[in-house]
Ligand binder design. Structure first.
Ligand code: SF4
Length: 409
């Protein structure tokens, strides 16, 4: 029930004014005013947030429903629209924001991720499997992502609840979701398999019965139109930039004889040619040579690999590879470099922070996810996960009790 056509306050229909003896005329007017002046807090975390922004922008314009500018402070807001994936590290911050909002306050859960964890329900160590496990939700809007029309409809549903008198209770009596996390997918696929088997058996019976009753039936011959054949389009190789990999390698080997090309122990002239013009040099270095090799690649004027693209790692179950990706901004050539580390709880490798300031966050990320210690890093602490997160989630031996489906290794 909003404004009437002439913008005046509509008269509540008889019977709705005081349905349970608890709603008087003043309550009704306050509820009406409150429902039409919601102040949302900015809380968009991923793709759903784009739809939420579109809902606030000129085409859909949620201001038509009394929602005005999204607030940056919980003290000036009474509605959180949770739009996007909510991860564990965000969880405590979300609860703090919710608690800092003055009541009466409301929460809308927009999209599959917020409602249940969405596509991250099954194999994620960090996504909260439903925002209603940490804050009470008043309206759920399904979809991935829901369109702006759906969000507007959800807002209208919330307004209807507030007008009905729920503004008194803030709707916060909604209980938190404490239901156990279940593997619904596997249950469904097992049930589906049984149904499919029964269907196939009954089809087979029906086919055999039909054949017995119609022995002369020849069936229908379906003539398929031949698929058109298209000419092969020759791939145009990217023009080579910078120094060829063979030259970079021989410059490096003159200084570090133990360095090898990954996957090509004895690389010959023919092998270099077979690797093709788009091959990026992939080096295997020992832990002892690791820092010296990167320093040489950066400082040698002919190489000048002075841009650190990335530091990351791979867990191969029996060992780790720390991967460094470098580029020369002047010359254009690139180099991958991998260093084999033993599969220990906290394998160690020297930091590259004295060579590249940008190594700081890359090394923290690699520590966070794999537990690899970068010796000499001035501030090696977790980057994405909470300080008390148990373990390092990208290690193959990481056990996550909340994971619904186990990885097949
Ligand atoms: S529900 Fe879909 S669109 Fe929304 S945040 Fe999740 S993945 Fe993105």
């Amino acid at each position: 029930m909003g404004l009437t056509q002439d913008n005046s306050l509509p008269i509540p229909p008889a019977g709705s004014l005081n349905p349970a003896g608890s709603l008087n005329a003043v309550d009704w007017v306050v509820g009406w005013a409150r429902a039409n002046s919601l102040w949302p807090l900015v809380f968009g975390t991923s793709c759903c947030a784009i739809e939420m922004m579109a809902t606030g922008a000129s085409h859909h314009d949620w201001a038509r429903f009394g929602l005005e500018v999204a607030r940056a402070s919980p003290r000036q807001a009474d509605l959180i629209i949770l739009a996007g994936t909510i991860v564990e590290k965000m969880g405590s911050r979300l609860v703090t924001l919710y608690e800092q909002m003055p009541g009466p306050k409301y929460v809308i859960a927009m999209g599959a991720c917020t409602i249940s964890g969405g596509p991250f329900y099954y194999d994620s160590y960090s996504v909260i499997k439903g925002a209603d496990r940490i804050v009470p939700i008043d309206v759920y809007i399904p979809g991935c992502p829901p369109r702006p029309e759906a969000l507007l409809y959800g807002i209208m549903q919330l307004q209807a609840l507030i007008r009905k008198g729920a503004w008194r209770k803030s709707l916060t009596h909604q209980p938190l979701n404490t239901s156990p996390i279940r593997d619904v997918y596997s249950d469904c696929s097992k049930a589906w398999e049984i149904k499919e088997k029964a269907k196939q058996e009954s089809m087979k019976e029906a086919q055999e019965r039909f054949k017995a009753e119609n022995p002369d039936f020849k069936g229908v011959v379906i003539k398929r139109v031949a698929a058109p054949k298209f000419d092969e389009v020759a791939r145009v190789p990217k023009p080579a930039r910078g120094m060829p990999p063979a030259e970079i390698f021989s410059a490096l080997q003159a200084r570090f004889p133990a360095v090898a090309v990954h996957g090509n122990a004895d690389v010959t002239q023919e092998k270099w040619a077979a690797l093709g013009p788009e091959y990026v040099l992939d080096l295997a270095v020992s832990r002892e040579d690791y820092h010296g090799v990167v320093e040489f690649l950066r400082n040698e004027p002919a190489l000048k690999l002075d841009f650190l693209i990335e530091i990351t790692a791979v867990d191969w179950k029996d060992h780790f590879d720390v991967i460094v990706h470098l580029q020369s901004l002047d010359h254009g050539h690139k180099v991958f470099l991998r260093c084999n580390l033993p599969h220990e709880t906290h394998p160690e490798i020297p930091t590259l922070m004295d060579l590249f300031a940008s190594a700081n966050w890359h090394e923290r990320e690699t520590y966070d996810f794999f537990g690899i210690i970068f010796v000499g890093h001035p501030d090696l602490r977790r980057l994405f996960l909470d300080d008390d997160f148990p373990g390092h989630p990208l290690r193959k031996d990481f056990e996550d009790p909340t994971r619904v489906v186990k990885r097949p290794y």
